[in-house]
Design a protein around this ligand. Structure first.
Ligand code: NAD
Length: 247
């Protein structure tokens, strides 16, 4: 029997052209959702939807640009005659350097994509959901680096701590509209984002993971699918760490 956890849901997934976002798009489609795969890299988003079929839609978006987000949401409404009511914010970047060497522009860029991008997508998507009187579920992505305070990530780690806090604020503001907001906190996951981590550093990280390995994007999308589904109806304003027991 086909899986139907997300049957009938229209989902907007940012960062859907790679890694965790792509795994979310695939898992959602397997569970019966229709997916709008949004990414700054259109070609990559298109590659994702090619795996899913023509009812799904690739779309180019820069999450740092509010007007751009508004227009892609309109495009989605034109096509599907309703706004997406399942929103997953996976778009994210790193620009690592020690504080003393950090380019101020890289500090701003990471905050802009990871934090402001999440805020802008939630804001504009929530407005459309409210206009159409649709409840729904929003899932944002933090990181274990937020609690660890990873060296070399003075931009990334605080941006992810702030995403967690932003989600809790949004969960309180949006609850009256039937919109739930939660955060998933991945540990170290095998995606293009972590492919550049040197093997020596990977070994050091793995030594601190109870399950002694990096996670796979599909292991994050399982939790996101649960939070997107009606099985998590009474869960909002919280975060779930999926890190294999990282100390
Ligand atoms: P990834 O680099 O594989 O994918 C990120 C995607 O975001 C890319 O397709 C990229 O084009 C897109 N993107 C970047 N900037 C964008 C913008 N301005 N607008 C729209 N799209 C944009 O990374 P990933 O590992 O899949 O990461 C997904 C999320 O999970 C990120 O928020 C990341 O911070 C978070 N995360 C990842 C890990 C990990 O170990 N991989 C751990 C914790 C949290």
């Amino acid at each position: 029997m086909p899986s139907t956890l997300l049957l009938g849901k229209l989902a907007f997934v940012t960062g859907a052209g790679s890694g965790i976002g792509r795994a979310v798009a695939i898992r959602f489609a397997q569970e019966g959702a229709t997916v709008i795969a949004a990414d700054r890299n259109f070609q990559q988003a298109e590659e994702t939807t090619k795996k899913l079929g023509s009812t799904h839609m690739p779309i180019e978006v820069d999450v740092t640009n509010g007007d751009n987000i508004k227009s892609v949401l309109e495009e989605a409404i034109n096509r599907y005659k309703r706004p997406p009511s399942t929103i997953v914010n996976c778009a994210g970047i790193t620009r690592d350097a020690f504080i003393l060497k950090m380019e101020d522009s890289d500090f701003d860029l990471v905050l802009n994509v990871n934090l402001k991008g999440t805020y802008l997508v939630m804001k504009h998507a929530a407005q459309r959901m409210i206009d159409y009187k649709l409840g729904g579920s929003m899932i944002n992505i933090s990181s274990v680096t937020a609690r660890m305070g990873n060296m070399g990530q003075c931009n990334y780690a605080p941006s992810k701590a702030a995403v967690d806090c932003l989600s809790r604020v949004a969960s309180k503001e949006f609850a009256r509209y039937g919109i739930r907001v939660n955060t998933v906190v991945p540990g170290f996951i095998n995606t293009p984002m972590t492919h550049t981590v040197p093997d020596k550093v990977k070994d050091m990280i793995t030594a601190n993971v109870a399950l002694r390995r990096f996670g796979e994007p599909e292991e994050i999308s399982d939790t996101i699918a649960f939070l997107a589904s009606d099985k998590s109806e009474y869960i909002t304003g919280t975060s779930i760490e999926v890190s294999g027991g990282l100390a």
